[in-house]
Design a protein around this ligand. Structure first.
Ligand code: IPE
Ligand code: IPE
Ligand code: MG
Length: 245
């Protein structure tokens, strides 16, 4: 097991949970079974993050582009989300986890949208960790939506052009109130961001692993955090400057 420095736990971990389809193929199973198996990794990851004291965990569960997949797969993914919410709500209450969600949530359809909102409301006062699900989420869509709402507020006279700053813009994003991710983990071997948190990842540390999401367990998460803890986050400054502060 990797040694983790408890004083330098990332405040916000974001994960692109990729590789379910390839896992299923490797085991001669249908893609949906890969997604089902992936739900076990979600449970293990949430549990470990909570135990380590990670304050925010964002999981990319369904992208805007994933709507383009075969209808049956999309349907199965939505069904899995429903099962996850039903099955995990008690666990979230027991572990003091607050559920949040980002993305075009209305597009998920009424039954899931309602269930999701109920879970968000029920866990609203929990303080141990925020579990943030990215559902029907697209980074560019989020930025465009923010611009649209901002223009609309400007036309209504609520804001003036000179008041538009990074800080103000941030308030129009889905992630308002969440800190930017410190660490992004992508499983499944691809080295790309696939339209995830484009604005928020300006200074995020990236960690890519070949481990397929359904195989991802505590040891892999600890490896990612240990790797993160070796890095020097300079934010554009020099190493010397950082040592002096
Ligand atoms: C990630 O696994 C899950 C979702 C995108 C919903 P994939 O289904 O993309 O798995 P691969 O990339 O085909 O292996
Ligand atoms: C990214 O994985 C989206 C999620 C994990 C939800 P994809 O499998 O959809 O990404 P691409 O298509 O390989 O870029
Ligand atoms: Mg994939």
């Amino acid at each position: 097991m990797k040694e983790i420095d408890p004083a330098r736990i990332p405040r916000h971990i974001a994960i692109i949970m990729d590789g379910n389809g390839r896992w299923a193929q490797k085991h001669s199973l249908g893609r949906v079974l890969g997604h089902r198996k992936g739900a076990e990794s979600v449970r293990a990851t949430v549990k470990t993050c909570r135990r380590l004291g990670v304050p925010y965990l964002t999981l990319y569960a369904f992208s805007m582009e994933n709507w383009l997949r075969p209808k049956e797969e999309v349907r199965a993914l939505i069904q899995l989300l429903r099962e996850y919410l039903d099955g995990e709500i008690q666990e979230m209450m027991d572990r003091d986890i607050r559920l949040a969600a980002i993305g075009d949530l209305d597009s998920l359809g009424d039954p899931v949208r309602t269930k999701l909102q109920e879970a968000i409301d029920k866990t609203a006062r929990n303080q141990g960790m925020v579990l943030n699900l990215a559902l029907s989420y697209g980074g560019r869509d989020e930025i465009v939506r923010a611009a649209r709402n901002l223009v609309s507020d400007a036309l209504a006279g609520i804001i003036k052009p000179e008041e538009v700053t990074k800080e103000l813009y941030r308030r129009y994003l889905y992630t308002t109130g969440l800190p930017d991710p410190d660490l992004l983990i992508r499983t499944g071997g691809e080295c790309r961001v696939s339209n995830f948190l484009l604005w928020q990842m300006a200074y995020t540390e990236f960690y890519f692993t070949d481990v397929l999401w359904p195989d991802f367990r505590e040891q892999h998460l600890l490896e990612a955090i240990a790797d993160y803890q070796q890095r020097e986050r300079r934010f554009g400054m020099t190493s010397d400057q950082l040592c002096r502060t």
